[in-house]
Design a protein around this ligand. Structure first.
Ligand code: ATP
Ligand code: MG
Length: 508
């Protein structure tokens, strides 16, 4: 099946999200879609899948114009979208999730789960998805949940699959497997649209690449003749540096100390197992590890979102083991959370409000009679947006109206613009385009050079290797290896081995 977008324009108030876009998507082909944060990728795909209606232009399927009044129409026409944020019900099984909304029914109109399971199995087999049909979603790793989303679309017999940043939360191993599945779908004749900010991925998986800039298609290319640098330049219109520019660290006093910190889950399993380390002022410590090895919980314990079961945490010499999130924040701890939606922002609040979400009570914003100086807030928020290139026509729009990557930049801006002593940054550049990654990395190094302690948690090994002065590897809740990375001297393979659980002796 071939799909064509012809002269598509979409506006949100003064923002032209898509401007006269022409694009062809062919069966048996992977089209890579690339573009800066806010370029209009998701908007375009939301129109293709029927979620949004174009203001101008038309969509043609096999040459015939179609009109969609909702995602139901899109799927009816064979177009399915896997959104960046999973939309699964955690307490349902895989099969229940897959059939949700289109349940096969038995003779008396009741849900025929047996039939559903059989159908799920069939698709599973056909495309080599290897998803356990009876498992509960909440017990599955994200890599498998991702496949459930694909199963869901295939169950609805989609011929065009739109994958909006499907690899953002996958481990390198899961990405490999995922690419195998995508290639299988392509061979079966499906048309795939693949959106990502990871340039090596788009080069590896696409047959064709289209670049979107400020709502327009500004470039098209053949992955065989393009490289990452050219792609980056096509995207942002300037040269982008992929290496982090920094001088050797000059570690000063101790900012953060963890001593034998342990956190148990409700079954008494050790999520964090006897972890001790320090972060000094003037250094960046990176925690490497495959997602799900306790990094999330470690950050929660450090920032006060969770209470450890044993151990001690000190911040600039003071015991904070039992203090609140707000207390730690007041002492100068910044926190960029890994999940911006759940922890970092309020969709319905304006961008200005989001920018002061945890500082509106500060002296700087105080007005007479205990109220807030909103002029001051708005000016500050606007300045933050300029610094971090948060693309929006106004700070009075809801935070949720920003594109995914711009939401991330908003959260990062809020945390890094504040006076701090310790920055705890979890997946700081998730969903962010290459140009903005360069800037966020530069700002993290600046925080370090101004004397902050910086702790980075990232599942991107490149990010850890590029930013960190010292690398700690976390595996099954423990710190299993430590590497000095002064001048980038840590051995990438050794770090990788430790991440995969090689013992300390083997890794060091
Ligand atoms: N529902 C909405 N209301 C208002 N503006 C919107 C809405 N959805 C998108 N926009 C605006 O349209 C533009 C394009 O956004 P879109 O989400 O398509 O970008 P994107 O290319 O997917 O970016 P990212 O890489 O960050 O995900 C942005 O300026 C965004 O703020
Ligand atoms: Mg998007």
């Amino acid at each position: 099946m071939d799909v064509e977008l012809r002269g598509i324009t979409k506006r949100f108030g003064p923002v032209v999200a898509n401007d006269n876009v022409n694009l062809v998507i062919r069966g048996g082909e992977v089209l890579g879609l690339l573009g800066e944060n806010g370029a209009g990728k998701s908007t375009m795909m939301n129109m293709l899948s029927g979620l949004y209606t174009p203001d101008e232009g038309e969509i043609l399927i096999d040459g015939k114009p179609v009109k969609f009044d909702g995602p139901g129409d899109g799927i009816e026409a064979g177009i399915g979208m896997v959104h960046q944020h999973f939309m699964l019900v955690p307490v349902f099984t895989v099969a229940e999730n897959v059939v949700l909304g289109v349940e096969p029914t038995g003779r008396l109109g009741h849900l025929d789960l047996k039939k559903a399971r059989a159908q799920v199995e069939e698709i599973n087999q056909k495309y080599g998805l290897h998803v356990p049909a009876d498992a509960l979603i909440e017990n599955l790793p994200v890599g498998i949940q991702q496949r459930v989303e694909i199963l869901k679309v295939l169950f609805r017999e989609a011929d065009v699959l739109i994958l909006d940043e499907p690899t953002a939360v996958l481990t390198p191993q899961e990405v490999e497997e995922f690419f195998g599945i995508v290639n299988g779908l392509k061979e079966a004749g499906k048309a795939i649209v693949f959106i990502t900010h990871k340039l090596h991925e788009i080069l590896a998986i696409s047959d064709r690449i289209s670049v979107l800039r400020q709502g327009r298609i500004t470039g098209e290319g053949d992955p065989k003749t393009l490289d990452e640098e050219k792609l980056a330049e096509m995207m942002v219109g300037r040269h982008v540096s992929f290496t982090v520019d920094k001088t050797p660290a000059q570690p000063g006093s101790e900012m953060l100390r963890l001593e034998k910190v342990t956190l148990l889950d409700d079954k008494d399993d050790r999520l964090i197992d006897d972890v001790s380390f320090t972060v000094r002022s003037g250094e960046i410590v990176g925690i490497a590890g495959v997602q799900g090895n306790g990094q999330t919980e470690l950050v929660e314990v450090i920032t006060g979102l969770a209470r450890g079961n044993a151990g001690r945490i000190t911040f600039a010499g003071d015991d904070i083991t039992h203090t609140s999130v707000r207390d730690r924040h007041r002492r100068g701890m910044a926190h960029i959370p890994e999940d911006r939606h759940r922890m970092g922002m309020v969709d319905k609040f304006t961008i200005a409000e989001n920018m002061v979400l945890n500082s509106y009570y500060d002296e700087a914003y105080a007005a007479p009679l205990g109220s807030i100086d909103w002029n001051r807030v708005n000016e500050t928020a606007a300045a933050f947006c300029v610094d971090f290139d948060v693309r929006t026509p106004s700070v009075f729009l809801p935070g949720g109206s920003l594109s995914g990557g711009n939401q991330q930049k908003m959260v990062v801006a809020r945390e890094l613009e504040r006076q701090t002593q310790l920055v705890v940054a979890s997946q700081p550049t998730r969903g962010v385009d290459v140009g903005s990654i360069e800037y966020i990395h530069k700002r993290l190094v600046e925080s370090r050079d101004e004397g902050d302690g910086v702790l980075i948690v990232s599942s991107e090994l490149d990010e850890i290797m590029g930013l960190s002065d010292r690398i700690l590897v976390m595996f099954e809740g423990r710190i299993v290896a430590e590497f000095d990375n002064t001048g980038g001297k840590a051995d990438r393979n050794q770090v990788g081995l430790a991440m995969a659980g090689a013992t300390e002796g083997e890794a060091a």
